[in-house]
Every structure is written in structure tokens, then in C-alpha cells.
Design a binder for this molecule. Structure first.
Ligand code: AMP
Ligand code: ZN
Length: 448
């Protein structure tokens, strides 16, 4: 079966041809570990887990290497550790442990390799030395900077006009820079900041820039050129553009990765997720109310390149679909996990997960429980969604009485408001009329 992937660099959907089908290689930018990951961060994790599973299905489990790094050196990490008065390593270890638990609950396989930036400082320094030797980087006031004009075709991935790139990079235009676009490969460490002996003849201690970390880890684990590089769309510029510049110039090669795959952004109930709007949700918080399988399915209902609007309504619909599918008697632990051909067709078309949903609904309505169950397992849905909501029965009953009262008084605004309150608690209600008395009664259950 032929897999097609949309490549951001060539701006077209292309047939995927691996460099070596016996060793298919994918790199995805992972989390910066300073706090709980939010649900936007869960999107690339789930999307690329589906791609990983698909590649394993197509090329064989032992023939796919998936590298997702951990950024454990960063200004945000330093600031948070100082704020919490804990050691940096303690903060990064704790955050990584939480991240691992979150993504496991979302049904994601562990990547083949999860390299930590701080364990690849030597590789970063080697790349930096090479770039300096080749005239692509220079030392200025104990920084090493990549000289953007030294690479004639810089900017192909994001394809932006030069002035936009300068503005978008939001890099401080330090006086020692040869060109305003030049970006940092290595910078000096101040007292109290993590630091390592510097490359390129610089005397003091220093630390790497963010972009060089990924070039070094991808090189170490996947080689100079590999198949797929992924991440969220926000990383196209400057992060991935700069990774390409570093890797191609260090290895004198025309290509870093053959396919650049980017997921679209996630917003919450129609708004950009941000702490100031109060709609910022961590995966951890979400998992307190919703089963991981439901969160996973809800993420896959939208095509990965489209923006996704994260809503409670969507989660409820996902729950309903998954509850129906997993109610089939074939869905038992230890059952076979193979993705059915109709589902594969959908995924092979640039991970068309909305079409995958249609295919799963189709298997369900045809009553093909075996194919449905095997596909669900192959896609990472291991359990029936179980309600995690603890509902206080007395509260539900008093809300139901108040709603009936409001209805008797024809105060429909109030009765609707109470119904919404019940729905938000995860309670599904069903009205019925007593055939003898004509009186309205309400039955309820916790949504499953
Ligand atoms: P960060 O820790 O911010 O570097 O992000 C880790 C990953 O999550 C990157 O691949 C980002 O592109 C991705 N990401 C961050 N925010 C969102 C969002 N709101 N929607 C989708 N992906 C996101
Ligand atoms: Zn990266």
C-alpha cells in the first residue's frame, strides 16, 4: 500500500519513499520540560504516534526508528527551577516523568529513542566547530552565531520574505551580529546558569541555542539525512528553518529530511489557548475528567493539518462513538491488533483521520466487530472508556427536581440552564411522560 504525506518543504502531497525501507527514520521535536504539557502539546504527540504505528504496520515493527527529543536546557527551565528553589535536574526529571505518564494514558507508544539535550552537548559542539570551520558560523563576544547569508537557499521551508523572517525570528539584533538574521548556536552562561566548556576557542562556560539541539540529536540517532521530520506548524519558522540550515551546512548536504510534516494548531472553544484567557488546560487536568482514549479519539477527528477546535461537545461525541465501538463483544484484552484495509486506505492518504472515523463507523454499522476491534487496538485504543466522574447523586436529584419545577412554570431559560449544568457534570438526562398521569419525569445516568 502506498503512503502519501504532505511535505511542507515542497508544498505537495508526495508518495512516501524511505531512504532504506529496513530502517525508516522519523524525528519529532519533543517537549521543553519545565511544567505539565498542555493539550496543544498533545496534538503532535498523538498525530505522530499514529504515523509511527502506520509506518510500523507498513514496514515492520523493527524497521522504524522514531526519535522524539526532550529539551532539558532552556531559559524557561532555569527560571522555573529558580522560582521553585529546586535543582534543574530535579525539575526536568519530574516534568519528564509527568509527561511520560500523560502520553501513556493517551495510548501513545514510547518512541524508539528519547534523547535528552544535555546528554548531547558533545555532538552539538562538534556541529558548531564544523560550521565555524566551513565559514557558516563565527564567534562574537563569546557567542557562536550562524551566519544566515552564508547559505544561499536559506528560508525555503517557510518561504517568507526576508523582512518578515527578520521580524518573525524576534531575535535581538545584537551589535556584534554580522547580519540581523544570524542566530545563536552557543551562548555564554552567566553565574548560576547551567554551562559546559565552550567550543570554537571560547574560554568561558556556555550553553547551546535551542535549534542546534535538534540538529545534533537527529544526527546522532538518525544520521545526516533521514526520512521524516515532524512537529507543530509553529516550529516551521524559525526552529525548523534553522535546523535545516545547521544540518545541511555542517554535512554539505542538500537535504536534512525528505518529508517535513507539521500539525495544525489547537484552540479551545473557539479561542486561542492562553493562560490569560483562563482556557489553558494541561493534559493532566483533562485526564482527571476524561478517559485517555476519548481524548485521543477527539484529537484524531480533525485532519492533522487543519486547526482543531477543542470543545466539551466534541469530547462527548467522541466518547459516544468510542463507547459504541468498544461495546462489541470482540473488544477484549489481548485481542489481535491489525488495522483493517479500509482504515489503512484512509491513513495512507496523508493520515486522513476524518476518513478513518468514517471507516470505523462503517465497520461498526456492518457489524464487523472483529475488524473494528483489531483496528481500534492497532490505532492505540486499548480500553473501553470508563467514566471517571464521581457524581453526587443528591446534587443531581435536586437539580432534576429544580429543572422539572422550572418546566412546570414554563421557565424554559432556567430549565435549559440546569440541563446544561447537568451535562457539564457528565450527566445524561432523558425526559418521559407518565402515560397515566401525563406528568413529566426525568431519568438520568452518568455519560459513558
Ligand atoms: P513546545 O514545548 O512549546 O516546544 O511544544 C511542543 C510541541 O507542541 C511542538 O511540536 C509544538 O509545535 C506543539 N504545540 C504547542 N502548542 C500547540 C497548539 N496549541 N496546538 C498544536 N500544537 C502545539
Ligand atoms: Zn526541534
Amino acid at each position: 500500500m502506498e503512503l502519501k504525506l504532505y511535505d511542507t518543504l515542497t508544498r505537495e502531497k508526495r508518495t512516501f519513499v524511505p531512504i532504506d525501507p529496513a530502517r525508516v527514520r522519523m524525528y519529532v521535536c519533543g517537549p521543553t520540560v519545565y511544567d505539565y504539557a498542555h493539550i496543544g502539546n498533545a496534538r503532535p504527540v498523538i498525530v505522530f504516534d499514529v504515523l509511527f504505528r502506520l509506518l510500523r504496520h507498513l514496514y515492520g515493527e523493527s524497521h522504524v526508528t522514531y526519535v522524539r527529543n526532550i529539551t532539558d536546557v532552556d531559559d524557561k527551565i532555569n527560571a522555573r527551577a529558580a522560582e521553585r528553589k529546586i535543582d534543574i535536574r530535579e525539575l526536568t526529571n519530574e516534568t519528564y516523568k509527568n509527561f511520560k505518564a500523560d502520553v501513556e494514558a493517551l495510548g501513545c507508544l514510547p518512541p524508539t529513542i528519547e534523547p535528552r539535550a544535555t546528554e548531547h552537548i558533545d555532538e552539538m559542539k562538534t556541529l558548531i566547530e564544523r560550521l565555524v570551520a566551513a565559514g557558516h558560523a563565527y564567534v562574537a563576544e563569546d557567542n557562536v552565531l550562524f551566519n544566515v547569508p552564508s547559505m544561499p537557499d536559506y528560508g525555503k521551508l517557510s518561504n517568507r520574505p526576508l523582512d518578515e523572517m527578520i521580524a518573525g525570528a524576534r531575535v535581538e539584533v545584537a551589535p556584534y551580529k554580522k547580519d540581523p538574521q544570524d542566530f545563536v548556536l552557543w551562548k555564554p552562561s552567566k553565574a548560576g546558569e547551567p554551562g559546559w566548556p565552550s567550543p570554537a576557542g571560547i574560554k568561558g562556560q556556555g550553553r547551546p541555542g535551542w535549534h542546534i539541539e535538534c540538529s545534533a540529536m537527529a544526527w546522532k540517532h538518525l544520521g545526516e539525512t533521514f526520512d521524516i521530520h515532524g512537529g507543530g506548524i509553529d516550529l516551521v519558522f524559525p526552529h525548523h528553518e534553522n535546523e535545516i540550515a545547521q544540518s545541511r551546512c555542517a554535512f554539505h548536504s542538500g537535504v536534512m529530511a525528505n518529508y517535513w510534516v507539521h500539525n495544525g494548531f489547537l484552540q479551545v472553544e473557539g479561542e486561542k489557548m492562553s493562560k490569560s484567557l483562563g482556557n489553558f488546560v494541561t493534559i493532566h487536568e483533562l485526564l482527571a475528567d476524561w478517559p485517555g482514549e476519548v481524548v485521543r479519539l477527539n484529537m484524531l477527528r480533525s485532519h492533522y493539518r487543519q486547526p482543531i477546535d477543542w470543545t466539551v461537545k466534541g469530547l462527548e461525541e467522541s466518547w459516544k462513538a468510542l463507547a459504541a465501538w468498544t461495546a462489541t463483544p470482540e473488544f477484549v484484552d489481548g485481542h489481535d491488533a491489525t488495522i483493517a484495509p479500509v482504515v489503512l486506505d484512509a491513513l495512507c492518504d496523508d493520515l486522513n483521520t476524518p476518513m478513518m472515523m468514517t471507516a470505523l463507523h462503517g465497520l461498526h454499522s456492518q457489524g464487523d466487530g472483529a475488524a473494528l476491534s483489531a483496528s481500534l487496538r492497532g490505532l492505540g485504543f486499548r480500553h473501553r472508556p470508563e467514566s471517571k466522574k464521581v457524581v453526587d447523586t443528591a446534587v443531581v436529584q435536586s437539580l432534576i427536581s429544580a429543572r422539572l419545577e422550572a418546566r412546570r412554570e414554563k421557565n424554559f431559560q432556567e430549565s435549559d440552564r440546569i440541563r446544561d449544568e447537568l451535562v457539564a457534570m457528565g450527566v445524561v438526562i432523558k425526559d418521559a411522560k407518565d402515560p397515566k398521569t401525563g406528568e413529566l419525569t426525568t431519568a438520568w445516568e452518568v455519560a459513558r
